[in-house]
Write a protein that binds this ligand. Structure first.
Ligand code: AMP
Ligand code: ZN
Length: 113
């Protein structure tokens, strides 16, 4: 999608600090980190939100989930981490391209505000 900022990152049209990449996904540092480690994991395919996935995306979503622990290990998050997806208006999703926040290296609070 031409005007989507995360598609532009996936296509290397704008720079990002890439942590991991393969043919299906890319992981890069968040511009405004909310924790000492804060990266975003996104599919290269444009999907607007978690609410927009279909059966066709089953393998892709499984691939993302299976990569989380590898990326976490690479980033030194052996003490744990939080994986977050914000979906839609009430979920406070600001970028309309599916992404998972991977946060670590600080104690998280629960429940969120
Ligand atoms: P969300 O509120 O869940 O949609 O999260 C969007 C995230 O994308 C925010 O944490 C932003 O800081 C981050 N973000 C926006 N633009 C960029 C960018 N160009 N590079 C890296 N992170 C970005
Ligand atoms: Zn996109």
């Amino acid at each position: 999608m031409a005007e989507c900022i995360f598609c532009m990152i996936a296509n290397k049209e704008i720079p990002s600090k890439i942590v991991y990449e393969d043919d299906q996904i890319i992981c890069f540092h968040d511009l405004e980190p909310q924790a000492p480690v804060h990266v975003l994991i996104i599919p290269k395919k444009h999907i607007s939100s978690l609410d927009d996935i279909t059966g066709e995306d089953q393998e892709l979503l499984g691939h993302i989930m299976l990569k989380v622990k590898d990326i976490a290990k690479e980033l030194g998050l052996e003490n744990g981490y939080r994986l977050v997806n914000n979906c839609g208006e009430d979920g406070f999703q600001t970028v309309k391209h599916l992404h998972f926040h991977l946060l670590g290296k600080r104690k998280m609070t629960w429940p969120p505000g």
